[in-house]
Design a binder for this molecule. Structure first.
Ligand SMILES: [Mn+2]
Length: 318
């Protein structure tokens, strides 16, 4: 790890241009990690990296610092060849999206990630599957190199950790909480951060709470299934966390499945559990993810996907 970080710093120092990207449809960790690292590189080496994304940035991230630094891939010159491309939090190569040409032509690729991934793209990999967020790994790199930082960096890293741990619910060890403590001691105000992230459009909350109110409950109430019809899909902010959180707050509900009709015969599935593993269900649907938070995109109708999910759970919950 230490040697890898040393090499990483050498690559930053010698690069004439740098691009940073996360995964398509960035979540809080992906988005905030990209901006935090970009700011760290500018502060410490005087070079501002090109930050790229594909898909949609959820509106709840609008209040995060440095929004203007990140550009949709179509607004970036994809023919530019970068000395260094840094991939953050990307999971698997299929999540790269429209900025792929930048990755393909890169002179050197560094990846920093906490996802399990059998198809790594990095020439140099600074991965840590035990980390709660990519933002946590960045914090540890920052401290180990001794990079100077500012309030934007700290707020972004804190937001990355808060969002990827589901407001600390998914924390598995004390390391990330100690880091959070250091962030707070250095000026991060958690109340401001949580308020800044409570920033959803009204329509999204109305649509999502409607989906929660129409949910069905199966296997004695242990599995909740909610559906977002296609006409409402465009109003979702991010993955539909309001639905997932509402249903997950009901006594007796252990598993939550949210089905999103993205288009005809294409259904996005978000799965959450309140403790038991759920990623094997996502994998059976062709997707994947973490133990308690996983998902898939299935080329089938909402009804058929719903029935498949019920059958997959029937084996476990009968
Ligand atoms: Mn992450």
């Amino acid at each position: 790890m230490e040697q890898n970080i040393k090499t990483f710093v050498e690559k930053i120092k010698s690069a004439k241009n740098i691009a940073i990207m996360g995964h398509k449809n960035p979540d809080g960790d992906s988005y905030c990690s990209v901006l935090a690292l970009a700011k760290l590189i500018e502060l410490n080496y005087g070079l501002r990296p090109t930050c790229v994304y594909d898909g949609n940035i959820p509106e709840y991230l609008d209040e995060m610092p440095l929004r203007s630094w990140i550009k949709y891939y179509e607004r970036v010159d994809l023919t530019e060849v970068y000395d260094l491309v840094i991939l953050l939090d990307y999971g698997t190569p299929k999540h790269i999206g429209g900025a792929q040409p930048i990755v393909d032509s890169a002179r050197f690729i560094v990846e920093i990630d906490h996802h399990q991934n059998d198809e790594k793209l990095g020439t140099l990999c600074i991965d840590d599957e035990a980390a709660a967020a990519t933002g946590q790994i960045l914090y540890e790199i920052m401290r180990s190199v001794g990079w100077k930082f500012d309030k934007d960096v700290l707020d972004l890293l804190a937001a990355a950790i808060v969002t990827d741990t589901g407001n600390f619910k998914f924390v598995r060890d004390g390391r990330v909480m100690q880091i959070m403590g250091q962030l707070v001691d250095n000026g991060v105000v958690l109340r401001h951060l949580f308020e800044a992230l409570r920033n959803k459009p009204r329509k999204a909350v109305v649509v999502e709470s409607g989906a929660a109110s129409r949910a069905e409950f199966l296997f004695k109430g242990r599995l909740a299934i909610a559906t977002i019809p296609h006409k409402d899909y465009k109003y979702l902010d991010g993955r539909g966390d309001t639905v997932l959180n509402l249903l997950g707050s009901i006594k007796g509900v252990e598993y939550i499945a949210l089905l999103k009709e993205q288009k005809e015969n294409q259904t996005g599935v978000s799965l959450r559990s309140r403790g038991n593993p759920i990623n094997h269900i996502a994998e059976a649907l062709g997707g994947g993810g973490h133990m308690c938070a996983a998902g898939a995109v299935v080329n089938d109708s909402v009804e058929n996907v719903r029935n498949r999910i019920v059958e997959l759970f029937r084996g476990e919950l009968k």
